[in-house]
Design a binder for this molecule. Structure first.
Ligand SMILES: [Cu+2]
Length: 168
């Protein structure tokens, strides 16, 4: 009988401890430790956006720049005027063309007709360039079909002529 009493007391103690733990746990979870929010206002200076020059993007589609071509302009004893242009020369649209004058006389480029005529005009004539020098740059028009541009020499006339074929 003494053993039964001991068990009963033990059970009560276990229940009491268990109840107490639950009670304490419940109260502990509802603790409201309210942290006072900082209410200081930030009054720092506002940094203005950068107003520096915007760097323009490169307009080329390649980093190597436009294509270039050089047209030889030479002494030619069999030509009517004694000089001739390298002709025909084929270049792509947008190519920067110069005439390289290795002959003994000055020459210039005067544009004539082009075929097909629906394609862009060749633009301004190229000024006279002296013996031993390069002409001003002529930029080939942007064409949508292979186009032949005819020209003759400003100095020597229609018999000193050439052709440039511009491709799309
Ligand atoms: Cu000429």
């Amino acid at each position: 009988m003494k053993l039964n009493v001991t068990l009963a007391v033990t059970s009560v103690l276990v229940l009491a401890v268990g109840y107490g733990m639950f009670g304490c746990g419940g109260e502990g979870g509802s603790s409201t430790s309210s942290t006072q929010g900082t209410t200081g206002s930030t009054t720092g200076t506002t940094t203005a956006g950068t107003t520096g020059a915007t760097t323009a993007g490169s307009t080329g589609t390649t980093t190597s720049g436009p294509a270039t071509a050089s047209i030889a302009t030479i002494n030619n004893s069999s030509a009517p005027m004694g000089f001739s242009f390298q002709s025909p020369v084929t270049v792509a649209s947008g190519t920067q063309v110069t005439w390289n004058n290795t002959s003994a006389a000055p020459h210039g480029i005067t544009w004539d007709t082009w075929t097909p005529s629906a394609q862009p005009a060749p633009g301004a004539d190229v000024a006279i360039f002296n013996a031993g020098s390069m002409s001003a740059v002529w930029t080939a028009p942007t064409v949508t079909a292979s186009t032949t541009y005819n020209y003759h020499c400003t100095v020597h006339g229609a018999t000193m002529n050439g052709q440039i074929i511009v491709t799309p």
